[in-house]
Design a protein around this ligand. Structure first.
Ligand code: AHM
Ligand code: MG
Length: 328
């Protein structure tokens, strides 16, 4: 479709040919994100900066904007007839919508919370699943493997507000036009280059990493003099949405691996509403996404707020890191 097509037109045209595309829910999510974008832009002027003084189920301090964004998504999507229930990083258990609905929506309403107060890019991540039975949804219905997602995407609130999504038919990017308040198509079928000279990881955790991650990063740092024979650059935004957006735009590898700070935790990031949707996008764009040894989209999901180690991005780089983990 031509540049400038609105997200609503784009998704409606696809749904006219393929009824499995959850077009109405996707449009509701995009509308909620426009409202969140307004709050983000206003910042202190809207009184949204700072801690809410509460904690979420993961024991993390909630920011005002975490709660505001969560409420906006619940409100905007709750009216959607096709939606049975929602689950969020900010809610302990599921939030019922319409018992007759056959879709499930998961989201991280405001990813990169530590960047809200300092005016750095943040985002909303979402994933849509099918409910596989009649009657009200249960938490168990959400525990599906990532490969069964119907749709996934994110909105990044940065210098531009951009929406990126997939329904398993490529990855498409839209940017919010403030004149018309519409997301307009800027790029179809985004592809990630298989090779890269850029990696993203929180280096302050280096002493806690496992050997395969250390080996990979040490080799990147050795540059042209080392075994990789090329210099690498490093970026870490501390907003997964912004780091993944950069990788979709110009390649790279993102890692939030397991580390020894809390050995019982499989990782920091959450499988259901962070790693799964991002892995769907990355694979659809020709990249790869693993937890170290295994493909993230193939992992069984055991609980709503399950954590996972994440290595994703340019295919050849991710495969090399996977090889180091497998010891092959
Ligand atoms: P959040 O959902 O509470 O914002 O946490 C997830 C974020 C990711 O966006 C980002 O990659 C990571 O946490 C940054 O963590 P750290 O501050 O440990 O570098
Ligand atoms: Mg998050």
């Amino acid at each position: 479709m031509s540049q400038g097509t609105t997200f609503t037109q784009y998704i409606s045209a696809l749904a006219a040919k393929d009824s499995s595309i959850p077009s109405s829910l996707l449009i509701s999510v995009s509308n909620a994100c426009k409202l969140i974008a307004k709050q983000v832009e206003q910042g202190a002027l809207a009184g949204i900066i700072g801690s809410a003084g509460s904690g979420n189920v993961q024991g993390e301090t909630q920011q005002k904007l975490d709660i505001i964004s969560n409420d906006i998504l619940l409100q905007a999507c709750g009216k959607e007839a096709s939606l049975a229930a929602m689950a969020s990083e900010e809610m302990e258990t599921i939030y019922p919508a319409n018992a007759q609905g056959n879709l499930l929506l998961l989201f991280d309403p405001l990813d990169g919370s530590s960047n809200i107060d300092v005016n750095v890019s943040i985002g909303t991540i979402f994933s849509i699943l099918k409910k596989n039975h009649a009657g009200p949804a249960t938490e168990q219905d959400f525990l599906q493997s990532g490969k069964d997602q119907l749709a996934a995407g994110y909105v990044v609130y940065g210098p531009q507000t951009s929406l990126v999504y997939t329904t398993g038919q490529g990855v498409h990017m839209f940017t919010l036009d403030h004149e018309t308040n519409e997301f307009l198509l800027i790029k179809e079928n985004v592809q990630i280059s298989p090779d890269t000279k850029e990696f993203a990881i929180n280096m302050s955790n280096m002493r806690h990493w496992d050997q395969p991650v250390r080996r990979y990063v040490d080799e990147c740092l050795a540059g042209v003099e080392g075994s990789r024979k090329k210099d690498f650059n490093m970026r870490w935004i501390a907003s997964m949405v912004a780091d993944v957006h950069r990788i979709l735009c110009r390649g790279g590898v993102f890692m939030y691996p397991w580390d020894k700070r809390d050995p019982s935790k499989p990782g920091k990031l959450r499988l259901m509403y962070e790693a799964n949707p991002m892995s769907f996008l990355i694979e659809q764009a020709g990249g790869a996404s693993v937890n170290g040894k295994e493909r993230i989209l193939g992992l069984p999901s055991e609980k709503l707020h399950q954590r996972v180690s994440v290595v994703l991005g340019s295919k050849n780089e991710v495969e090399l890191i996977q090889k180091y983990h497998l010891g092959t």
